[in-house]
Design a binder for this molecule. Structure first.
Ligand SMILES: *Cc1c(COP(=O)(O)O)cnc(C)c1O
Length: 429
């Protein structure tokens, strides 16, 4: 084991890791990143095919983003956002409002995705309470949905492995059948939602969903028509809709916000994180409507939203996010991504005929497939074998997925598909 990995195992408690197992598969010691490549301390390189947990958009050490952070660092790294404000936070909020055509005009900042989810849940509940609907205190989430790991976010998360140990601590949420293109169950999923809302709408504050792709569930995809119908249902029953765009926002699925594809107006809340700072600084935020914002407007302090985090609206993180949004405008990233996702589709098309593989699927810059007879510890074996082929890829169970930075050309698409096919051969041999 290289010395840095050894020191890490002795001193760092790694996330999402059974540390006893990490002894056998120690963490890669990464020295630097450039474009889609991560370089380890021994001079080996790896293509970051999952964008460092879905956060990276334009590659590592993108000069536009790091330049913006450096300029901000020399000016104002941070100031508290209660009683003070600063240009990057204001500009970022204005740009995000513009991206929603003014529909979601108010931005509340935090640092991690899970915190943004907590904020959206609290704002939903508190806005109903301020309007006199004190009974609306229940939340609805979808089967296999993932919204983060703090206690509130975990309560609306239905991924057993993350949740089970803490289940006794969690508030009770309604978990409803989720649409899954592989099952063709959209109508049943909507019927189940309607039944629940008919029975409990007076007690329900909000429904929270991951639009178009349930990421942590294993890149489970559904069609925009589900979201459109869900928006109509939540309006009909006067229940908020929270779209958790932490993974699918920022152009990942083809539009800036995944929910745009529903062509059903806007949700009441959108959470963003991960890609918003291009994989550089921790930043998350909640966008909401004027209508909800107005519910907190009062001479009475306690009717306000008093939530805060020390680093709320951190100037470095906001400057990074402004640079990301500038890049979307300047380089027409959404149009470029359409070309890139077509290249990925082409390069991976042969897998559709591969008898070892099922359900090859794609939404924009997310491509996934399921392996039919994965065998023991498939994910770990695939991950290690792919490293030998210079690709960093971490399957979720038997689902192999790519969620690469937006830096795909024909050559990288071909490289990735060859590496993935050869890895499949290695692992399933
Ligand atoms: C990653 C993720 C979160 C949690 O974000 P963290 O920054 O890891 O707390 C929440 N929701 C979705 C959909 C995510 O993919």
């Amino acid at each position: 084991m290289n010395p840095l990995s050894r020191r890490s195992l002795d001193a760092v408690w790694h996330p999402c890791t059974q540390m006893a197992r990490a002894e056998a598969t120690p963490p890669l010691a990464i020295a630097r990143g450039e474009g889609p490549w991560l370089h380890d301390v021994n001079g080996r390189r790896y293509f970051d095919a999952n964008s460092s947990w879905w956060v990276n958009l334009f590659g590592h050490s993108d000069a536009g983003i790091t330049g913006a952070i450096k300029r901000q660092l020399d000016t104002l790294p941070h100031v508290m956002l209660a009683g003070c404000t600063h240009e990057p936070a204001v500009l970022l909020a204005e740009k995000l409002r513009a991206l929603t055509g003014g529909a979601l005009g108010h931005v509340f900042f935090a640092s991690d995705g899970a915190s943004a989810v907590e904020i959206a849940l609290k704002q939903s509940f508190h806005s109903w309470r301020n309007r006199g609907f004190e009974a609306k205190r229940e939340f609805v989430c979808l089967k296999n949905g993932y919204h983060g790991e703090t206690i509130g976010a975990l309560a609306v998360t239905d991924v057993q492995i993350f949740r089970d140990a803490y289940d006794p601590l969690l508030m009770r949420a309604h978990i409803v059948e989720s649409p899954d293109d592989r099952l063709g169950n959209e109508a049943q999923a909507l019927a189940a939602m309607r039944t629940l809302l008919e029975q409990r709408h007076a007690q329900i504050a909000a429904v929270i969903v991951e639009p178009l792709v349930q990421g942590a569930a294993g890149m489970v995809m559904h069609s925009p028509s589900y979201l459109k119908a869900l928006r109509e249902l939540t309006r009909e029953f006067d229940v908020h809709l929270i779209c958790d765009e932490i993974a699918v926002g920022c152009g990942r699925t083809g539009t800036f916000f995944a929910f745009e594809q529903a062509e059903a107006g806007w949700p009441d809340f959108v959470t963003l994180s991960k890609g918003i700072s291009g994989g550089t600084m921790p930043l998350s935020l909640v966008l909401t409507t004027d209508e909800i914002y107005q519910c907190f407007w009062s001479e009475d302090v306690t009717r306000g939203f008093l939530h805060s985090h020390s680093y709320t609206g951190n100037a470095l993180a906001c400057a990074a996010a402004v640079a990301v949004l500038d890049k979307f405008e300047r380089d027409d990233v959404l149009a470029a991504n359409r070309g890139q996702s077509a290249l990925l589709a082409q390069a991976f098309a042969p897998l559709a005929e591969d008898p070892r593989v099922a359900h090859l699927r794609q939404r924009g810059m997310i491509l996934a497939f399921d392996v039919k007879n994965p065998g023991e510890r498939f994910s770990e074996r695939f991950h290690l074998a792919a490293r030998e082929r210079e690709v960093l890829i971490r399957p979720i169970g038997a689902t192999v997925y790519l969620m690469p930075p937006y830096l795909i050309d024909a050559a990288t698409a071909a490289f990735l598909s060859h590496a993935v096919m050869k890895t499949l051969n290695d692992v399933l041999a």
